[in-house]
Design a protein around this ligand. Structure first.
Ligand SMILES: Cc1ncc(C[n+]2csc(CCOP(=O)(O)OP(=O)(O)O)c2C)c(N)n1
Length: 568
């Protein structure tokens, strides 16, 4: 059906179309390039017309992370808009994160006015000359699936539909659209577009039946199959299918470097977070949405072990180097692939062998849990606090309506995530500064849930805290921030000592890892109208958590706990 609407400008037609295509939010960090868009927003707001809700986000790191967080919870892509080359440069870390995590975003930036005169939108401030670049999309091109510049009004529908379709086609990821001020400012009276869109939306896909049969034969014939999963829980419906497959095989699931809840942690076949100790004994390995199933420089499976890789893109084609072998590579929608594998292997397995394996792994599951609990008990009185104890206390307050967004330092062995979509952590790209914004985006997506952001003190600073606390208050997104404050970038120290364990740095002290003196992070949250507490006593932590959660859920204000942890 064709729809015709009255508009004043191309910018207004653009907003009309975004709203019609289901875009709910525009996370924006504005500049002079936004002028026609803001005029169009004002007109449509005054007239009560549909719009993506604009969210003012005072840093691009936070804006991209919010869009990421919203989409990781809902699956629905949103728009980020930033100011020309400079805003795009600030946003890029977030775009790299989204690209590596297959999170679709319509990333947009204004172009500085292209013309020196001749349009009402032509250059009129000094920055307009210096902010032009030869190839604005160039800086982002490696990390977006598609980029384009809106050249004229006539192509608006084609461009927006293509951008949204490509972002959502698997493997999903961000796309980049640049919007020149003159084009946005063009006067128009009518805009006509197809509603609903007829842009192609590729369906979920299944690997060839012969390939599934071959993989099922390998799995069913295995003596000691193991499953390594990293990101299949991006699709919450893939969680029960992975359960069915693991149960059919009596195979353990290692939630290794997991970005999502891939498998319920209380399932007896959940075998923790590290497959390395079991690699040598495995004869068939099922690697599910895992870019790095082991470190070849540390430990690999036996050369004769068979490897099956299941992923949307088992080659991880955008990685320059990745050489993990596959005897069978099943490309397609993981949920469907896992379902097909479960169906094909169930009739082939030896039920007695499966039951025996399962019993063996269940014992190991129980042993691991006991060891993890003992680890927390051993440090429960330590002061400064041990991160295992902090994680255990946090684990205790989780319920089925809590979402945790973790950017460093929550120890997953100390909490039990059961519900698909209740735990998220940083993209494989590891661009720090994601956690605070992603948690805000998650809260926007799931307003009835309790959202907790767990971050290291380093990650907290990277997350542009003032921008995050501002948005939390301004957009009424009350969440709990827990800062695991070890006054250090421990990851940097660990990395140095892992490369040269007995070198100079080990003997004389590692440079460039210290975050001492530590600011009073709780005051930053208080400055934005939130509740803030410093926690130094391990016994006081459970009550501090309860107080902070009460503020978040009942007073609907943000809260921050600055938990003073052992310095490494
Ligand atoms: C944008 C960016 N810059 C630098 C790094 C390198 N880096 C990885 S972890 C880390 C430290 C994180 O510190 P914190 O959150 O306090 O956690 P901790 O390492 O102390 O456990 C740094 C600097 C990165 N991943 N991303």
């Amino acid at each position: 059906m064709t729809k015709q609407v009255v508009v004043e400008s191309a910018a207004e037609a653009y907003l009309e179309l975004l709203a019609a295509r289901g875009v709910e939010y525009l996370f924006a960090n504005a500049g002079t390039d936004f002028a026609p868009l803001l005029e169009a927003y004002a007109r449509r707001q005054a007239q009560g017309q549909p719009l993506p809700r604009p969210i003012t986000v005072p840093h691009e790191i936070t804006a991209t992370a919010m869009a990421y967080g919203y989409t990781m919870v809902t699956g629905r892509p949103q728009v980020v808009m930033v100011h020309v080359i400079v805003g795009a440069a600030n946003a890029l870390g977030g775009i790299i994160n989204a690209a590596r995590a297959n999170v679709p975003i319509l990333f947009t930036a204004g172009r500085t006015p292209l013309t020196e005169a001749g349009s009402r939108a032509s250059r009129n401030v000094h920055i307009h000359w210096a902010q032009e670049s030869f190839d604005q999309a160039g800086m982002a091109r490696e990390f977006v699936k598609w980029d384009y510049e809106l050249k004229n009004f006539d192509q608006l529908e084609t461009v927006v539909d293509r951008a949204l379709a490509l972002a959502q086609a698997e493997p999903q990821g961000p796309v980049y659209l640049t919007l020149p001020r003159e084009v946005l400012a063009e006067r128009h009276e009518h805009f006509e577009y197809a509603d609903p869109t007829r842009a192609p939306r590729p369906s979920p896909s299944l690997p060839a039946p012969e390939a599934v049969a071959e993989a099922a034969r390998l799995l069913a014939g295995a003596r000691n199959p193991i499953i390594i999963a990293k990101a299949s829980g991006r699709d919450p419906k893939a969680v029960p299918t992975l359960e069915r497959l693991a149960e059919a095989l009596g195979a353990p699931v290692f939630d290794q470097n997991h970005l999502y809840v891939n498998f319920p942690q209380n399932h007896p076949l959940h075998m923790g977070f590290d497959a390395a100790p079991h690699l040598e004994a495995a004869d068939v390995l099922l690697v599910v949405e895992s870019d790095v199933p082991w470190f070849p420089n540390v430990k690999s499976p036996r050369p004769e072990a068979k490897v099956i890789q299941v992923a949307v893109d088992p080659l991880f084609s955008r990685y320059p180097i990745r050489s993990f072998p596959a005897d069978v590579a099943l490309a397609g929608t993981p949920r469907l692939t896992l379902e097909a594998l479960a169906a094909a292997s169930t009739p082939l397995v030896d039920a007695k062998a499966v039951a025996e394996r399962r019993r063996r792994w269940e014992t190991e599951h129980a042993r691991l849990r006991e060891a993890w609990a003992a680890k927390a008990r051993a440090v429960q009185s330590d002061r400064p606090l041990d991160m295992a104890w902090v994680s255990r206390c946090l684990g205790e307050v989780l319920d089925d309506r809590t979402i945790v967004v973790n950017e460093y330092d929550l120890d997953p062995t100390q909490a039990c995530f059961r519900v698909p979509g209740s735990f998220f952590t940083t993209s494989a790209a590891g661009g720090l500064g994601w956690g605070l914004g992603a948690a805000l985006g998650a809260k926007l997506a799931a307003p009835d849930k309790t959202v907790i952001a767990t971050v290291g003190d380093g990650s907290y600073i990277f997350g542009v805290p003032i921008a995050a606390h501002f948005v939390s208050r301004a957009a009424q997104l009350p969440i709990l921030f827990v800062v695991f404050n070890n006054q250090a970038w421990n990851a940097v120290k660990r990395a140095t000592l892992s490369v040269t364990p007995d070198g100079w740095a080990a003997r004389t002290g590692v440079p460039l890892y210290d975050l001492d003196p530590s600011p009073d992070y709780e005051m930053i949250c208080r400055a934005a109208g939130g509740h803030g507490e410093r926690v130094e006593d391990p016994e006081a932590l459970p009550e501090a958590l309860a107080r902070a959660l009460k503020v978040v859920t009942e007073e609907r204000r943000q809260a921050l706990l600055n938990v003073i942890c052992k310095k490494p």
